[in-house]
Write a protein that binds this ligand. Structure first.
Ligand code: AMP
Length: 292
């Protein structure tokens, strides 16, 4: 189906029409910018659209697809919020050129490779990968499929999912995919909670607790910068504080900001570092990070 709402094209199953449109844009030297999402759009997603235009995109394509392969058994695939009509209206308002909302059979037709053929980084099974086995295999597969279908010049991902960004950049490098991968900063609610479609799962009590993840990141960064005590005990204190409040901590870790490799000894000034955290509040899993 290819529908046109005002000036915005909407594709769901006619991939060759989508290809022809992108080709015709490229022939006119347009810079095609791609923003993959799972929908239920919020200000964080909209910021990616603004950002990719700042990076030079003259045409924008947003995909909306809840990718079954990145959800593990018992995760929230079935209940993930699906708000396609509202999302499309929102995208029209911010002057997106094209929305791609495929069904499973477009992304995963029978007999397609079920794994991206790259050398797997250890990072796939660390941080979130440790707590969501197979998650990043599913992410790389869908992003690889989407990049092959759309063939954008540039694509943008949120810093909110830092590990995802690093792994996608690595995949694109290994497979020599001709798309430049960019990152955009985290957009937060007024109190600092990182915006996420999953925040809608939180009841008011959980919502008031959720902010403590960001508070812990900020407080740890402050102490680390002041160099008061060693990093390990700073992080241990924050983990204990969060667990006491009722946020069950999966991890709180310092990694290098370029490739998220482990940091044995945090040395100020030498490198850039990022502090990443993931917690569970009831059944809801929240992630966040800040540059140190
Ligand atoms: P999702 O729909 O959750 O798969 O997210 C789609 C894209 O939006 C990903 O690149 C996310 O990193 C990005 N994103 C999600 N939340 C935010 C946020 N609060 N700020 C900036 N980018 C975000």
């Amino acid at each position: 189906m290819n529908t046109r709402s005002n000036r915005m094209q909407i594709f769901s199953d006619n991939l060759s029409d989508l290809n022809i449109m992108v080709l015709s844009w490229k022939e006119k030297n347009e810079v095609v910018g791609f923003i993959p999402t799972m929908g239920n759009l919020h200000e964080g997603h909209l910021s990616l659209i603004r950002k990719i235009k700042e990076f030079g995109a003259t045409k924008t394509i947003v995909s909306i697809y809840v990718n079954p392969k990145q959800f593990g058994p018992g995760e929230d695939y079935a209940k993930y919020p699906r708000t396609l009509d509202g999302d499309i209206k929102l995208l029209e308002k911010v002057n997106v050129d094209c929305v791609f909302c495929p069904s499973d059979k477009e992304i995963y037709p029978p007999n397609v490779e079920s794994q991206v053929m790259i050398n797997k980084l250890d990072l796939m099974d660390e941080l979130c990968g440790k707590y969501r086995p197979g998650h990043f295999d599913g992410v790389l597969l869908v992003v690889n499929r989407l990049l092959s279908i759309i063939q954008p010049n540039i694509a943008i991902f949120g810093q909110k999912d830092y590990q995802q960004y690093v792994l996608i950049k690595n995949m694109v490098r290994q497979l020599i995919i001709p798309t430049e991968i960019l990152m955009a900063p985290i957009i937060r609610e007024n109190d600092g909670l990182a915006m996420s479609s999953r925040n809608s799962y939180l009841n008011s009590n959980q919502r008031s607790k959720a902010i403590h993840l960001y508070k812990s990141l900020i407080s740890a960064r402050k102490k680390i910068r002041e160099n008061k005590i060693d990093c390990k005990s700073i992080l241990r204190t924050e983990i204990e504080r969060l667990n006491k409040i009722g946020l069950s901590v999966d991890y709180l870790e310092i990694r290098t900001s370029d490739d998220l490799s482990s940091v044995k000894e945090y040395k100020k000034k030498n490198d850039e570092y990022v502090l990443l955290g993931a917690v569970k509040l009831g059944k809801t899993r929240l992630i966040d990070n800040i540059i140190l």
